[in-house]
Write a new protein. Structure first.
Length: 461
């Protein structure tokens, strides 16, 4: 019953459009000149002649409705007024969604009946508005809420699930040799990644998550290399639809425990073991991507950026904080002596550790720590935006809070190739030496700093 429009349909299409405009738009715009003089069937027919390629009609012997589809945009949808409430509009809309993947439209803000119709079919207002040209009335942008499973390249129902995690790749969690792409996953070191605070929601992560939720809106956020859920969990508090992907089942398990301990529902979160080098999502399928602190773990970070760009919708955003190893905040000058001691101890422990490992022919594994993400993204994306969230309050971080448990737990990425038994022997020796040099309380040596402002960079496709 739904077919491509032909020239013979133009008169009927124009009749339907004129009737709807006068019935629903004249009461809003109150323009006698336009609606009863300029708006005539012959004139509309002439305008529609060049649009035949994008017009489709509902025809059961008589053309009773039509829809105009431009790519994934629904430009017009009208049904003969006396035949409305007969599911004709619903069939036209479903045709556009199912056959043309149509997913957005603009609706007149005061046309409440139309807005309710689209809402019943899974379209929601995004909050974006624009003025109808030549008027003072607003149009609102509405987008189709997709079932999150629709955007995957595979059928999730056919994929194995382990501990609530879809297994979407057979790739190993760690590749540090061979001729192909190399990368470091945290399957075996991730438990120590956040030290003794791995189940906490850090203030900075929560602020970033608030911004992620705002930017994503009713769309889909891909947290690529989500790790232990430092962004996924606080963002899930907002009900944001999230795909949390990581190469490590272990990290995704920690993510679930972090959510549980903070009483955060993961109802809208899809957990996936995936490979960032081959993201298992369809083109232009997500609204926001984060791949924080992971590009330096991959020998070919540009390949990941290409994948991120591919899966982002036009207008979608790649949001970044940092893709280099973490740094401390600004030092507090009055603690200069204590901070110098902290930095000296950390440096001595790490330098001595790697020096000792040379005897075993074991070396730090580092890939793209100097990768220029900013230049790479500026060459790809059409726009760059920065947002600063002011912070600036003091903090204190002891060795025992993060550095020591992460170091002793082999939780730094460059430790990934250190055999566990060799690591334990060497790290025990190094820490014992530090304890002897600095005293039993050396674990409480602390760094006193000022929490830096949160600088969020958005690369817009």
């Amino acid at each position: 019953m739904i077919r491509k429009a032909e020239s013979k349909d133009l008169a009927r299409i124009a009749e339907i459009l004129v009737c709807n405009y006068r019935l629903y738009f004249y009461p809003i715009f109150q323009s006698d000149e336009y609606y009863f003089s300029e708006l005539q069937v012959p004139a509309i027919m002439k305008d529609l002649e060049t649009a035949l390629e994008s017009l489709y009609v509902y025809d059961d012997g008589v053309v009773k409705g039509f829809i105009k589809i431009e790519g994934t945009y629904i430009a017009r949808l009208y049904v003969e007024p006396v035949l409305q409430n007969a599911a004709i509009g619903s069939q036209l809309l479903e045709y556009a969604v199912n056959e043309h993947h149509a997913d957005h439209l603009w609706a007149l803000e005061k046309n409440v009946k139309a807005i309710r119709f689209y809402e019943r079919h899974g379209f929601v207002a995004t909050g974006e508005k624009k003025l109808e040209e030549g008027t003072t009335e607003y149009l609102i942008l509405m987008r189709k809420m997709k079932d999150i499973g629709d955007i995957f390249k595979c059928d999730l129902k056919d994929m194995p699930v382990v501990n609530n995690i879809y297994q979407l790749t057979d790739a190993p969690d760690l590749v540090t040799s061979g001729d192909g792409d190399k990368y470091i996953g945290y399957e075996h070191i991730g438990g120590a990644y956040s030290g003794n605070m791995k189940y906490s929601i850090w203030e900075g992560d929560a602020l970033f998550a608030d911004h992620l939720a705002e930017v994503t809106g009713d769309g889909i956020f891909l947290d690529l290399a989500c790790g232990d859920g430092c962004f996924t969990v606080p963002c899930a508090k907002h009900g944001t639809r999230i795909i949390a992907g990581d190469i490590s089942n272990g990290m995704l398990t920690i993510l679930q425990e972090r959510a549980k301990r903070n009483d955060v529902s993961l109802e809208n979160v899809t957990l996936c073991r995936m490979n960032a080098l081959e993201i298992p999502l369809k083109d232009e399928s997500v609204d926001c991507v984060v791949a924080n602190s992971m590009l330096h773990l991959i020998s070919n970070p540009q390949k990941v950026l290409d994948e991120i760009y591919r899966v982002l919708k036009p207008g979608g955003r790649f949001l970044c904080l940092s893709d280099a190893p973490a740094r401390k905040g600004t030092a507090i000058s009055e603690y200069e002596k204590e901070n110098a001691e902290y930095s000296r101890v950390v440096g001595e422990i790490y330098d001595t550790y790697w020096e000792e490992l040379k005897a075993y022919d074991v070396h730090a594994k580092r890939y793209s720590w100097k990768f220029d993400r900013e230049s790479a993204c500026k060459a790809m994306f059409r726009e760059v935006e920065n947002k600063v969230i002011e912070r600036g309050w003091p903090y204190t971080g002891r060795l025992v809070d993060k550095f020591l448990p992460r170091f002793e737990g082999r939780g730094f990425s460059d430790q990934v190739d250190v055999p566990p038994e060799i690591h334990k022997a060497v790290s025990d020796k190094v820490v014992a030496s530090a304890r002897e040099k600095y005293g039993e309380a050396f674990e409480n040596i602390a760094y006193h700093g000022i929490v830096e402002d949160l600088v969020i960079t958005s690369y817009v496709k």
